[in-house]
Write a protein that binds this ligand. Structure first.
Ligand code: ADP
Length: 365
């Protein structure tokens, strides 16, 4: 008896995407089924190229076909991805950007920009199309962290209008307040200037198609945050903290802002940075220099996931200062920690898109 498409689809309807809790056929994650004797070929379309469950889902597909259809079937799974989006705003602003993720923190110095940069570069490393906006006027550090100091973006004409062209590095398209002003001067910009620069980054820039736009916000809460939520439909916010209590008090305020009913941006989760230190000569030891589990406590308190814990590693600072993000140092423990951050973020964006209504652009009366 030869294998049929219907049998293959039936078998795959017993395989669930563990994150989304539905089967692959219902989720339309299977197409291009071809059968040649005992050879079964199909394409599996994941919700993100950064999916950490790739191998697990693929193996479950093979097992299902061999158990339910033919134990001698030779199953070839072609892996592909189509990043999901929950945008229904009609898309005047960033029309071809699927997901807009803001990276926030309660206070400065906790590693917010470091997380934003490594997240963006790490997502691009998986094959996703990524943009990064540095809106941190108090320390526009992205030009330094991507080795783009002194660069000035060009402009181009798109359908008769002038657009800024983002600068591309490590596969990430980026713009920073630091490209427009000396980073030391940006801090004296008045609120309206910052808001207008940010609006231009969002509305007057040729971003093209993006799966993820990452926005590095200034620490705390303020004008820039309000401008942003009034300009773009933010998919979700990541809040970065260090484990100590003082960082926690500030972080509560930052989370509170996104949770305000009139703002209502979903919190994707907490990233705990500088979680522990492991001396190179004692790879099994973890020293919790700033206390233990602060990130987990805050995540539990607000019922949001702890997305990742990033250790204190010299290579992170070195990578930041030399413009070579640590996520690119393949094979190191810190690159693995950042890869986990990237996968977990992409996974939570896919779950957010499957489970929560789109975010609306905030209108202030
Ligand atoms: P923020 O954006 O919150 O002000 P930054 O990302 O600029 O913070 O980080 C502040 C400093 O701490 C930078 O010098 C950065 O390289 C360093 N840093 C951040 N995270 C780590 C880490 N996990 N390990 C070591 N150094 C870090």
């Amino acid at each position: 008896m030869s294998i049929t498409q219907a049998q293959v689809l039936n078998a795959l309807s017993y395989v669930d995407d563990p994150d989304l809790g539905k089967d692959l056929v219902t989720l339309k994650m299977v197409d291009n089924i071809r059968i040649d004797g005992k050879k079964v070929h199909f394409r599996l379309i994941l919700t993100t190229p950064a999916c950490p469950l790739k191998e697990q889902i693929k193996n479950a597909c093979i097992t299902a076909i061999q158990h339910l259809v033919d134990k001698e079937a030779e199953v070839i799974v072609e892996m592909s991805s189509r990043v999901t989006s929950k945008r229904t705003d009609g898309g005047n602003v960033l029309p071809n950007v699927k997901n807009i993720i803001v990276v926030a923190s309660g206070k400065g110095g906790v590693g917010k920009s470091t997380i934003a940069v490594n997240l963006a570069v790490g997502l691009a490393k998986t094959g996703a199309k990524v943009g990064l906006i540095d809106a941190d006027i108090y320390g526009p550090s992205i030009p330094l962290m991507l080795d783009l100091q002194g660069q000035r973006p060009q402009v181009t004409q798109v359908n008769g209008t002038t657009k800024i062209v983002p600068i591309e590095k490590y596969g990430v398209k980026t713009l920073s307040i630091g490209f427009l002003a000396d980073p030391k001067q940006a801090i004296v910009w008045r609120g309206p200037m910052v808001s207008s620069a940010l609006r231009q980054f969002v509305t007057d820039t040729a971003w093209g198609d993006l799966d993820y736009m990452v926005l590095d916000l200034p620490p705390g809460t303020g004008d820039v945050h309000l401008t942003l939520v009034q300009t773009v439909p933010v998919t979700a916010a990541i809040v970065v903290t260090t484990p100590q209590a003082v960082a926690k008090a500030d972080v509560v305020k930052a989370i509170g802002m996104f949770n305000m009913p009139q703002i209502n941006v979903p919190i994707l989760g907490i990233v705990e940075n500088m979680s522990y230190f492991t001396p190179p000569e004692l790879p099994n030891k973890k020293y919790y220099l700033f206390g233990k589990n602060g990130g987990q406590q805050i995540a539990d308190e607000f019922k949001v996931p702890l997305i990742a814990q990033i250790p204190i590693v010299e290579q992170v600072r070195e990578g930041g200062d030399s413009g070579q993000p640590a996520v690119l140092k393949t094979g190191t423990l810190i690159a693995q920690a950042f890869d986990q951050l990237v996968q977990s973020t992409a996974q939570h964006v896919a779950m957010r898109n499957a489970n929560i209504a789109p975010t609306k652009v905030v209108t202030m009366q």
